[in-house]
Design a protein around this ligand. Structure first.
Ligand code: SF4
Ligand code: SF4
Length: 468
C-alpha cells in the first residue's frame, strides 16, 4: 500500500512503547465524578439537576441554556446522587460549572440509555438528532459538536469522509487500541456518517506505524458489508500528521484554503473515537459518558490505556490500578506533549476530549528559561502551515495583534512544532494561544460596546404602566 505524506513535519521520538499494543483496561468505578456542564465548542449549557437529585448513568444532566444548534448535552457517567454544583478547574485551565455526582451503593449498574435506533432506516434529521442527543463532540480536539460538523451547508459539497486514526502525538496509543478492539464499530460509525451525509467514499487514515492493523481492518471491511467505497490510507509517521488539514493534504492531495475548514476541500474529518461513539449511540442508545485515554509518562508506574467514566479524577482511582510516583512528577499534561495543556494539579476531571494524561519527569520535559531569538529560521522551516512563527511572535510581543493576524495567527493550529525546534526555547505556541485569546476578548469587548451604544441610541419605549 502506498504511503502518502505532506511537506515539512517532524520525526519525533514517539515514546509510545510504554502502552503500545496494550488493551484498554476498564477503570474501577470512581466514588465520585466531576462533570463539566460545558464540554463543547458553542453556546453554554445549563444544569437540569439540583443538589440532592438521584441520577442514573446515561441520564441527561445539562443541555443548551438557549435554543440553537451549537450545543450538545452532557450526561451522568455514573449512577448516584448530585452532591454539589460548583465551579471547578478544568483541563483548559479555566474554572467552569461542574456537577459532582457521588456513587451510590447498590445502584451503580442502573442506566438511563436511549432506545436503540436503526441508522439505516431512520431519516437524516433523526440520525443527526440522535448524534446530538448522545452528546457527541470531536474527541480529538476542541469539542466541536459532531452533528454540526455532519451538516455542512449546501454550497460546500462533500465527496469524502476521512476517519482520523493518525494519532501522531507522542505517548498516545488509545486510538490504536480502539481500532484494534472495536474495528466493527469504527466501520459501522463511518457507514452511518456516509449514509446520513450521502457521501459514497470514505478513507480510514492512519500513520504507517499502525500498518499492522491493515489485515484486520480489511477483514472487518469485508465482513461489514456496508457498501460504499471505504478504503484504508497509510501516511508516513510524521508530526503533525493527525491535523485535519495535513491528513487531507496527504490522503487527497488537496489544500484547505487559509482560514478555511475541511469542508472547503470537500472533506469531513472525524476522529475514530467519535465514529465509535456514533455507532454506540445507535446500537446501544449509549450517550458519550466514557472516555478511552492513555495514561503514561515517566512518573506513571503503571502506564496503560484505560476506559473511565467522564468526570473521573485520576487520583480517585485505586493505586493498584493507577500508581503515580509523586517524587518524580514534574509536569502534568492533559493531551499529548505537543498540543496538550500543562495543568497545575491532578485534581482535574477527564473530559470528552481528554485523549491522554501524561505524567512527566524532569528528564522528559524542558524547564529551560527562554533565551533571545537567534534568527536561525528553524521555526519557519518546520511549520507545516508555511507560517513565520518568529514574525507572529514579534508582533504579539509588540502588542500588535492586527499584524499578527495579518501574518497568519488564525491559520496556526497550535501544533507546537515551532516551539519544539526553537533552540532559544521561546514559547512560541503558548504565545499564539494567548494572542488568540486576547483577540477573542477584544472582539467580545467591541461587540459589548456596540450593543451598549445601540441600546443608548434607541428611543425609549413608552411606559405602559405609568401612574396618572
Ligand atoms: S504552532 Fe502554529 S506556527 Fe508553530 S509550527 Fe505549528 S502551525 Fe506553525
Ligand atoms: S526557531 Fe527560535 S530562535 Fe530560531 S528564528 Fe525561530 S524563534 Fe528565533
Amino acid at each position: 500500500m502506498a504511503v502518502s505524506t505532506f511537506k515539512r513535519g517532524l520525526r519525533l521520538n514517539t515514546r509510545k512503547h510504554a502502552t503500545e499494543g496494550f488493551p484498554v483496561e476498564l477503570a474501577p468505578l470512581p466514588k465520585q465524578v466531576v462533570i463539566p456542564i460545558n464540554q463543547h465548542f458553542g453556546a453554554p449549557n445549563k444544569s437540569l439537576v439540583n443538589v440532592g437529585d438521584k441520577v442514573k448513568r446515561g441520564q441527561r444532566i445539562a443541555e443548551g441554556a438557549a435554543p440553537g444548534p451549537m450545543t450538545v448535552p452532557v450526561h451522568a457517567s455514573i449512577s448516584g446522587i448530585v452532591k454539589k454544583i460548583e465551579n471547578r478547574l478544568q483541563s483548559n485551565n479555566t474554572e467552569g460549572p461542574c456537577i459532582i455526582i457521588e456513587a451510590e451503593e447498590g445502584v451503580s449498574d442502573e442506566t438511563d440509555f436511549m432506545p436503540p435506533l436503526d441508522p439505516f432506516a431512520c431519516t437524516k434529521e433523526e440520525a443527526l438528532q440522535r448524534i446530538r442527543d448522545a452528546g457527541i463532540t470531536g474527541m480529538g480536539g476542541a469539542g466541536f459538536p459532531t452533528h454540526v460538523k455532519l451538516s455542512p451547508p449546501p454550497n460546500k459539497p462533500i465527496d469524502v469522509i476521512i476517519a482520523d486514526g493518525a494519532e501522531c502525538e507522542p505517548y498516545l496509543t488509545t486510538d490504536e487500541a480502539l481500532m484494534t478492539e472495536k474495528p466493527d464499530l469504527l466501520i459501522k460509525g463511518l457507514a452511518i456518517v456516509m449514509k446520513l451525509t450521502g457521501v459514497g467514499k470514505a478513507i480510514i487514515g492512519m500513520e504507517d506505524n499502525k500498518a499492522k492493523l491493515i489485515p484486520m481492518l480489511e477483514q472487518e471491511l469485508r465482513l461489514g458489508g456496508y457498501g460504499g467505497d471505504i478504503s484504508l490510507g497509510l501516511c508516513r509517521t510524521l508530526y503533525p500528521q493527525g491535523s485535519e488539514k495535513l491528513l487531507i493534504k496527504a490522503l487527497m492531495g488537496r489544500e484547505v484554503p487559509s482560514g478555511g475548514l475541511p469542508m472547503d476541500a470537500g472533506c469531513i474529518v472525524s476522529n475514530v473515537g467519535s465514529l465509535v461513539a456514533i455507532a454506540e449511540a445507535f446500537t446501544l442508545g449509549k450517550p458519550l459518558i466514557d472516555r478511552d485515554l492513555t495514561v503514561s509518562g515517566g512518573a506513571c508506574k503503571l502506564p496503560k490505556n484505560i476506559r473511565a467514566p467522564i468526570g473521573t479524577i485520576l487520583t480517585d482511582l485505586p493505586p493498584q490500578f493507577m500508581d503515580i510516583d509523586y517524587s518524580k512528577l514534574r509536569k502534568v499534561l492533559f493531551g499529548g506533549p505537543m498540543m496538550g495543556t500543562a495543568v497545575p494539579t491532578l485534581n482535574i476531571p477527564i473530559q470528552k476530549n481528554t485523549s491522554g494524561i501524561i505524567l512527566m519527569t524532569e528528564e522528559e520535559t524542558w524547564l529551560d528559561a527562554e533565551g533571545p531569538c537567534l534568527r536561525c529560521g528553524r521555526c519557519i522551516r518546520n511549520c507545516s502551515c508555511k507560517l513565520s512563527p518568529v514574525i507572529m511572535n514579534n508582533a504579539i510581543e509588540a502588542g500588535d495583534l492586527d499584524e499578527a493576524v495579518k501574518v497568519g495567527l488564525m491559520d496556526c493550529f497550535e501544533c507546537g512544532a515551532c516551539t519544539y525546534v526553537c533552540p532559544a526555547r521561546i514559547k512560541l505556541t503558548q504565545r499564539f494561544r494567548v494572542g488568540k485569546q486576547r483577540l477573542r476578548l477584544k472582539v467580545q469587548a467591541a461587540q459589548a460596546a456596540q450593543t451598549k451604544a445601540q441600546t443608548a441610541a434607541a428611543p425609549a419605549a413608552p411606559a405602559s404602566n405609568a401612574k396618572s
